[in-house]
Design a protein around this ligand. Structure first.
Ligand SMILES: *Cc1c(COP(=O)(O)O)cnc(C)c1O
Length: 387
């Protein structure tokens, strides 16, 4: 029983294939945006079933450019969940809008459509929904609200590549969907992102904005047969995706269904052990939805244990298990308090959830023995501090 392991919170699944493909691209003479980036866009669009995909240097960039393309004016409001990462809020601000935070549904922890409805004003322009931990939001309701009020709907799918909503893939459910390829995300290129959409005009606009506002194929200007001439059509950004990143991304995409199967298997192992522990609330799932299992987030029944979440994490760390907290709701951060006057109790579901959550290790490189060890350690700590 004293066999102490180290199970880090995360390790990216980078194999010999990734290393070989990146090395080949390094030797190819073309390392920034080029043919590999184009190939990755094409294959990614096919994978999710979207008409268009634009590769960018982060999901934050994808959210930012989608919002810029929707042309926000200074008093325009965009409804977002408070229970999310920094990027969902800051991009609304950088695009010139005002983020209006709303609470989560208690059952799924994703943005609560009822709350969205209650926060619509004549200034509301759109909604950014977040597929928290990999579980798709209530897109039926959100799309209906967007249609009824003529709002745009952007999906922040940083967690949900591979998730399916009643038969439709994430990436096809909103007007535009932003994916992340950050180091810890389900498919990684180190840093990177993608915007998918069926809207041709939006695609062209985002592609142009991603490279200084130059016409779409300006990346070819240094290629043989490419033209040196370009025109600046607007003030753009430097958000383009490189062929080095694409070499990684293409390899990861080819392995993606295997990587996802491993994540789902681990989540299932955790579920079947933790469903027997009444002090633990399992991650929400929903009939008809395929979870992408980006994060495995348990919640503690705080009334039935003698310790708080932070102490629980320390106890796991002392036994070699790395954990994290996703997320500190936006409204609890000083910036949102100071600028918009939010208070902790404004969003009771998010506030209570934040105090209960612990993200456990969940990644394809975990062995069954690692998972068993995490389960054993969680059981042990719960048994020690049960009320
Ligand atoms: C990781 C993450 C992002 C940002 O992704 P980047 O690719 O790092 O910009 C956005 N939203 C959510 C919910 C995230 O978890």
């Amino acid at each position: 029983m004293k066999s102490r392991r180290e199970v880090p919170f995360y390790r990216p699944p980078i194999g010999a294939g990734e290393i070989r493909d990146v090395t080949e691209t390094l030797k190819s003479g073309w390392i920034t945006t080029g043919p590999k980036a184009k190939e990755f866009e094409t294959k990614f669009a096919v994978y999710v079933g979207a008409k268009n995909a634009v590769a960018l240097n982060s999901c934050t960039a994808a959210l930012h450019l989608a919002l810029v393309a929707f042309n926000l004016q200074a008093t325009d409001e965009v409804i977002i969940p408070t229970y999310t990462f920094a990027a969902t809020g800051e991009t609304v601000i950088h695009a010139g809008g005002i983020p209006i935070l709303v609470d989560s549904e208690p059952e799924t922890l994703t943005i609560d459509p009822q709350q969205v409805r209650m926060h619509i004003t004549p200034r509301t322009r759109g909604i950014v929904a977040v597929d928290l931990f990999g579980l798709p939001c209530d897109y039926r309701q959100l799309k209906k609200i967007a249609r009824d009020h003529r709002l745009f709907l952007i999906a922040d799918a940083a967690h949900s590549l591979g998730a399916v909503y009643y038969g439709k893939s994430v990436g096809t459910l909103a007007d535009a969907t932003a994916f992340s390829f950050y180091a810890t995300k389900n498919l990684t290129t180190g840093e990177g992102g993608m915007l998918t959409t069926d809207d041709r005009v939006l695609t062209e606009k985002v592609a142009r904005l991603s490279l200084h506002g130059m016409s779409r194929d300006a990346w070819k200007r240094y290629a043989i047969g490419g033209t040196w001439y370009y025109e600046l059509l607007e003030a753009g950004f430097k958000y383009n995706f490189t062929d080095l990143q694409a070499a990684l991304g293409l390899r990861q995409l080819a392995r993606f269904s295997d990587l996802q199967k491993k994540r789902a298997q681990i989540a299932q192992w955790y579920d079947s052990a933790f469903c027997k522990i009444p002090e633990i609330i399992l991650p929400p799932q929903k009939q008809g939805l395929k979870h992408a299992w980006h994060l495995y987030v348990i919640r503690l029944h705080l009334k039935s244990v003698k310790i708080d979440r932070n102490r629980f994490m320390e106890e796991l760390a002392a036994r070699g298990v790395g954990t994290s907290v996703h997320f500190i709701p936006l409204h609890l951060h000083p910036y949102y308090h100071n600028r918009f006057g939010y208070h902790p109790q404004d969003f009771p579901v998010a506030f209570a959830t934040y105090q209960q959550v612990i993200s456990l290790p969940l990644y394809p490189a975990l062995s069954k023995a690692d998972v068993k060890y995490v389960i054993k350690v969680v059981q042990e700590v719960i048994a020690k501090f049960r009320q």
